[in-house]
Design a protein around this ligand. Structure first.
Ligand code: ZN
Length: 176
């Protein structure tokens, strides 16, 4: 089988296993794996991204931040390029949430092209989830604050992929 396809399928299977006990925060508590799968689909279908390492990094993007997965584990299984992209999109959970959010804004423009694509898709997927099925305890003010913050992060990612940047703008506009 084509090596790119094997990489992508292996990343999907690995992420599904790592996130198997996690749920999203929406009212239906959607299985967590739907989120990385959404990123990969946005990149491939809407962004026209054909780089299998970027798609694999999207599938794996929350494994280090949100599960016990280590970067060494990713590097051994998926290679240094994929592991480095995941590292670039992983927040340091030792820092307070407000600091992490501020650092996402400050660091966005300095990411590699692949990491910028993953971050764009992440923000698109999150805005669409908030519009379609918001966390039960989020009011309009909280949604608006999230859209504003995501827009500040995406400002540093622009110039990477016009279709994805337009998709983000559409998702932000849909949330008012
Ligand atoms: Zn994510």
């Amino acid at each position: 089988m084509d090596a790119d396809l094997v990489l992508v399928l292996d990343a999907a299977a690995f992420a599904a296993d790592k996130h198997r006990r996690q749920r999203r925060k929406d009212a239906e508590a959607t299985p967590y794996i739907n989120h990385p799968l959404a990123l990969a689909t946005i990149l491939a279908r809407e962004g026209g991204v054909t780089d299998a390492e970027v798609i694999a990094a999207a599938l794996l993007h929350d494994t280090v931040e949100d599960t016990e997965t280590t970067l060494a584990e990713l590097e051994a299984r998926f290679g240094s390029v994929v592991a480095a992209m995941v590292a670039e999109v992983t927040d340091d959970k030792a820092l307070p949430k407000a600091v992490r959010k501020q650092l996402q804004i400050a660091h966005a423009a300095h990411k590699s092209p692949g990491a910028k694509l993953v971050k764009l898709a992440d923000k698109i997927a999150n805005l669409r989830d908030i519009a379609a099925s918001p966390p039960a305890d989020w009011d309009q003010t909280r949604k608006a604050a999230y859209v504003r913050w995501a827009g500040e992060v995406v400002a540093g990612l622009r110039g990477t992929n016009a279709a994805l940047e337009a998709a983000f703008d559409g998702a932000a506009a849909a949330l008012g």
